[in-house]
Write a protein that binds this ligand. Structure first.
Ligand SMILES: [Fe+2]
Ligand SMILES: [Fe+2]
Length: 217
């Protein structure tokens, strides 16, 4: 079952409260540090959270545009329902990060208009190579996103698994669904795409650049 929905708001509030609790309720040593340099400590955590939510929102937005591009070309073919199913899950992912952005007052990356065009062009362009091209794009992108989510999970676990418990659950769920998309791509002949290895490498280099930029801009 996909994420988001009615339970999101209270869940987010718990996460917000949970994010503050350790800073004020820990032992005196940490508490003193938090009081003496509270702004700095808060800002560091805040910056990390901003970066995570901003880049994940951008990634899910880009994924939606990619699947929109694929559907524009292949929507009426035999793989249309497969692509639509993955797109529907991406819509839920984006909805969740839209909610998180509002809850945590995180601004989107300034590159959103760029990802709008580039995502659609990537989806449509690879789909014009045939369904194998579209699936190769899916494999490349989803593998990159799953890797990116794994890095975030590692970071949050090292930071404070209790504090970030609910965000971790969201990211882990989405990571699993991205891996399902990756496997669906392989099941639908991604590796038979023209110049599969080169195509995959180029797309993944683009994903790395997109992640780097969206975290920072
Ligand atoms: Fe996604
Ligand atoms: Fe996905």
């Amino acid at each position: 079952m996909s994420c988001a929905g009615a339970a999101a708001a209270p869940s987010l509030w718990r996460l917000r409260l949970g994010a503050r609790r350790p800073l004020s309720a820990c032992g005196s040593r940490v508490g003193t540090r938090a009081r003496s340099s509270g702004m700095t400590l808060d800002n560091v955590n805040r910056a990390a959270l901003d970066r995570i939510i901003r880049v994940d929102h951008a990634g899910e937005y880009g994924a939606n545009r990619i699947y929109a591009g694929q559907m524009a070309v292949l929507g009426r073919t035999s793989v249309g329902p497969v692509i639509q199913k993955m797109w529907d899950q991406e819509k839920d992912h984006l909805k969740k990060f839209n909610e998180l952005m509002v809850a945590f007052r995180v601004r989107p990356t300034v590159l959103m208009p760029f990802w709008n065009v580039v995502g659609f062009a990537l989806g449509a362009g690879t789909a014009l190579l045939g369904k194998e091209g579209a699936m190769a794009c899916t494999v490349a992108v989803e593998e990159s996103i799953a890797h990116h989510y794994n890095n975030q999970i590692r970071t949050l676990m090292e930071e404070d698994p209790d504090k970030y418990q609910e965000l971790l659950q969201v990211i882990k769920k989405f990571r699993d669904e991205e891996l399902e998309h990756h496997d669906l791509g392989l099941d639908h002949d991604a590796e038979l795409a023209p110049a599969y290895a080169v195509l995959k490498s180029v797309i993944q280099a683009g994903c790395s650049a997109a992640i780097y930029l969206s975290e920072r801009l």
